[in-house]
Design a protein around this ligand. Structure first.
Ligand code: SF4
Ligand code: SF4
Length: 388
């Protein structure tokens, strides 16, 4: 079918091998295409040229402090769940030069660093990650200060989301109302079926790119229903699994009771559980690095040997480090207990005061990538059980 665009809200089908056409169309449109692939034993985002780089036939088993890839005969291209990377690194890079300063005639001239990176198209984002981007938009774009680099990258970002058809034991998007079905925030959304993808158009740009991909055809109502049913079934399964086994244990499906969690945490700042979790916490900051919504950073000035040229560099930082709370009177949060409490109460309570949304989307990354398996759903449940 030859048209210049496919209207927003339409759903089309594409044979699986034709997905290469989408990668090519995005590349030809000037995007750096990013997609999931295996590196160092994990599914991470990296530059994607070919369908063959996708982790076909691979699933991830995740639990507290545990991540393993396994082969599965039934698995398609996208049956892994979320890995350590998220969209955060493409909008708010781990390291970025914000400004350059040059000393001339006794005066410092400040120049913002232009964004030279190509626009990015990410294939494979999940519903929880789209919600995480919406949360970071509030932080970087919708407050009193707009972050110029984030704004440029965000305006140019093209997102091809994937509807999850399996969940890891660490996923609790159903509790946070952020998934598993992606309903907005994408340009195109893929649902993987046995031999084809069902693709929903979410933006004009998405419709134009998809129209240029050879081989798409209008989906029948039955196929659209089948694609939607996969998400409905997954959500049902996640809820049933969590209800069936609410107790802590190996590979326990997670859920988080969000009822009144803001007041629960802030009314229990002296609960003994904070001390207990601090005995296990290494203050390594892994949880904040993998979290798709954490946005703390620090800025350092790096001078050359002449002292006349300075780069102002921003790098990701973490509330788990001592220097993060260093004020002129000293470190404010000088115990692991105070840092873990700061992180969790910010995520689930004071974030709501600041941004009118939870800071957690239930992706489970902080549980999987914590080297000692600390699990925020378990911590909240423990405080709730014995709250004052
Ligand atoms: S909760 Fe886990 S990942 Fe986070 S700082 Fe503590 S040990 Fe590291
Ligand atoms: S706090 Fe943990 S589960 Fe929540 S969004 Fe961050 S990494 Fe995901």
């Amino acid at each position: 079918m030859s048209v210049s665009t496919i209207p927003v809200g339409s759903t089309v089908s594409l044979q699986k091998l034709r997905l290469q056409g989408l990668i090519d169309a995005l590349t030809n449109a000037g995007y750096q295409v990013i997609g999931p692939q295996i590196a160092d034993g994990a599914v991470v985002y990296d530059e994607l040229d070919s369908l063959e780089q996708l982790p076909l036939g691979v699933i991830d088993e995740q639990d507290g402090g545990r991540y393993r890839l396994e082969r599965s005969n039934d698995a398609g291209y996208f049956d892994h769940v979320v890995g350590p990377h998220s969209l955060k690194r493409y909008l708010f890079p781990p390291q970025e030069t914000l400004q350059q300063l040059h000393l001339k005639d006794g005066h410092w001239n400040v120049e913002p660093t232009p964004i030279h990176d190509k626009p990015v198209a990410v294939i494979g984002a999940r519903s929880c990650d789209l919600h995480a981007v919406a949360i970071q938009d509030r932080v970087f774009l919708e407050g009193p200060y707009v972050d110029p680099g984030y704004r440029v990258r965000r305006e140019r970002l093209f997102v091809v989301s994937v509807q999850c058809r399996r969940a890891a034991a660490t996923c609790f998007c159903h509790s946070m109302k952020t998934g598993p079905r992606a309903s907005r925030g994408f340009d195109l959304s893929l649902t993987e079926l046995d031999d084809s993808f069902v693709i929903e158009v979410g933006s004009d740009q998405g419709g134009q790119i998809l129209a240029s991909v050879e081989g798409w055809k209008a989906s029948s109502a039955a196929i659209v229903d089948q694609a939607k049913e996969q998400s409905v079934q997954l959500e049902r399964t996640m809820k049933q699994r969590a209800d069936a086994d609410p107790a802590a244990g190996t590979s326990r499906p997670r859920q988080l009771d969000t009822h009144d969690v803001h007041d629960l945490l802030l009314n229990n700042l002296d609960h003994p559980r904070w001390e207990q979790v601090a005995e296990r916490c290494l203050a390594c900051a892994n949880c904040t690095m993998v979290c798709p919504t954490c946005f703390c950073s620090s800025v350092t000035e790096v001078a050359d040997l002449t002292g006349e040229h300075v780069r102002r560099e921003r790098t990701w930082a973490s509330c788990f480090t001592a220097e993060h709370s260093l004020l002129n009177s000293g470190v404010v949060r000088n115990s692991t207990k105070s840092r873990y409490r700061q992180w969790l109460t910010h995520k689930l309570a004071t974030w709501i005061d600041q941004y009118d949304t939870s800071g957690c989307v239930g992706c489970g990354r902080c549980i999987t990538w914590c080297p000692v398996g600390i699990d925020l759903t378990e911590e909240v449940a423990a405080i709730r059980e014995t709250a004052s």
